[in-house]
Design a protein around this ligand. Structure first.
Ligand code: CMC
Length: 433
């Protein structure tokens, strides 16, 4: 819990001094508490994009952007990616501590036995054109869950929240896999409760009812690691969206649908799909300088996808794990040459030596290498952001639960700097010429 340690002093344009409390977290920068600013000064703060605003207290995830450190509940992401599995990490994010063996088994059981979707949900899929993007389908299907679980959901009841959390984490792989199955015209595959979380997802993606399909444990482990790396990332755009929607008391399913919509944009989770499209477009290492020049040209809207981050001003630790993973996975899959990986590494090398990227502290982010691994695993490009959404659901639910329990929680309601016309009289149409 943060405490008031000191006061920041603000002098108003009229010369009045106002003391604002400074709050101290467990680690990281201190925060000026501006909640009484308007009452005391008649002024608001102005911060488009929330570049300097802490929107909440949170004990879930910590990022040190200068050092390139990411902690889930105090544990380094690199260590979790290496030693843990996704459901253990999910438990950690949701409940704050690593589970005991019994707690882990119970949690795995609870998630495993909520994986089926209501049979009627199949009809929702059938309403889409078959080339619909899986993210569009997921927004709709997850939003629709709010109709399936409406009467019996009280967000103030911890048990109801727990059931909603289990359901959301359990059903997301089924929802995502079915979006893919529908797009390729294959029958929906039901979840298999004898398989682990990642293997079950791979099975629902690639198996058909016609023949047995054996999940490659190498692929399952690689995917599980990708899930871990994407599980939470503090108050990013989609998580803030989930919190904002949830702050009104809305259904968590509606809040997660909004989170998926927010994640889809190419500046956020949609970047993983955009990166492989960009690498394809570049096509050969000889064309990299041309694309670097375009990224630097302020008259060209092109940006190097998978590069840059609002918080990391150093290497994104998730990108470092994925870069290493890409080599390992391709090796295990017997891929000797992956032209995309070669272009990506060369692009990274050239960009990191370039003054433009150095000055702005632009490094590869999580999306830079993830798509290459997913593609090598045979996962279709349109599913990349869906996989991000599936993984991030854990973080969204953890943050939603934390928000509801926070005694300081209020409906999210920013103010504005109004620049429109002042009050003026209405002129009837016939007098307007
Ligand atoms: N390529 C070229 N220039 C860039 C890039 C890039 N990828 N990213 C930032 N810049 C420049 C930008 O033009 C600006 O330059 P100047 O100061 O001369 O105007 C400066 O760097 C600061 O950029 P910004 O847009 O003010 O930074 P931001 O914190 O608002 O944006 C970002 C962060 C991630 C949206 C941005 O870096 C970007 O668009 N990156 C490409 C998309 C991407 O990879 N997104 C995934 C983010 S990580 C995972 C996730 O959130 O899902």
């Amino acid at each position: 819990m943060s405490e008031r340690q000191a006061a920041a002093r603000l002098v108003t344009p009229e010369g009045r001094e106002i003391a604002l409390p400074v709050l101290e977290g467990s680690v990281g920068p201190r925060v000026v508490d501006v909640r009484r600013l308007y009452a005391e000064s008649g002024m608001f703060t102005y911060d488009p994009g929330y570049t300097a605003t802490a929107s909440c207290r949170s004990a879930i995830t910590y990022i040190d952007g200068e050092q390139g450190i990411l902690l889930y509940r105090g544990y380094r992401i690199e260590e979790l990616a290496q030693k843990s599995d996704f459901l253990e990490v999910a438990y950690l994010l949701l409940f704050g501590e690593l589970p005991t063996r019994a707690q882990y088994q119970q949690f795995v059981h609870d998630i495993t036995y909520h994986t089926m979707l209501h049979e009627q949900i199949q009809f929702l899929y059938r309403g889409f054109r078959r080339d619909a993007h899986p993210m569009a389908v997921m927004i709709a299907v997850v939003g629709a869950l709010s109709a399936f679980y409406y009467e019996d959901l009280d967000v103030e009841d911890p048990r109801h929240r727990l059931i909603a959390t289990d359901r959301m984490i359990a059903k997301m792989p089924t929802i995502a896999a079915w979006a893919y199955k529908y797009s390729v015209g294959q029958p929906f595959m039901y979840p298999r409760n004898d398989l682990d979380y990642a293997s079950n997802f791979i099975h629902m993606l690639f198996a058909t009812p016609c023949e047995p399909y054996k999940v490659d444990p190498v692929l399952a482990r690689a995917l599980d690691r990708i899930f871990i790396l994407h599980a939470d990332h503090e108050q990013n755009a989609s998580t803030s969206t989930v919190r904002l929607v949830g702050s009104t008391g809305a259904s968590p399913y509606a809040a997660i649908a909004a989170g998926i919509a927010s994640l889809w944009g190419p500046a956020h989770g949609g970047a993983n799909e955009a990166v492989v499209n960009m690498l394809d477009e570049i096509g050969s290492p000889s064309r990299i300088p041309e694309y670097i020049a375009r990224a630097k040209d302020k008259n060209d809207p092109f940006r190097l996808m998978g590069f840059g981050h609002r918080v990391y001003k150093n290497y994104d630790p998730r990108a470092a794990v994925l870069k290493e993973s890409a080599d390992e996975v391709l090796d295990l899959l017997g891929v000797k040459h992956n032209p995309k990986l070669e272009i990506a590494k060369e692009l990274e090398r050239i960009a990191l030596e370039d003054e433009y990227f150095q000055e702005r502290k632009l490094f590869p982010n999580v999306d830079f290498y993830s798509g290459i691994i997913l593609e090598a695993m045979g996962i279709p490009r349109k599913m990349f952001t869906a996989i991000f959404a599936l993984s991030r659901t854990v973080g969204w639910m953890a943050q939603w639960n934390e928000m509801i329990q926070d005694p300081e929680q209020k409906i999210g309601r920013p103010r504005q700097l109004y620049v429109g016309p002042g009050e003026r009289p209405f002129v009837p149409l016939e007098e307007r010429g």
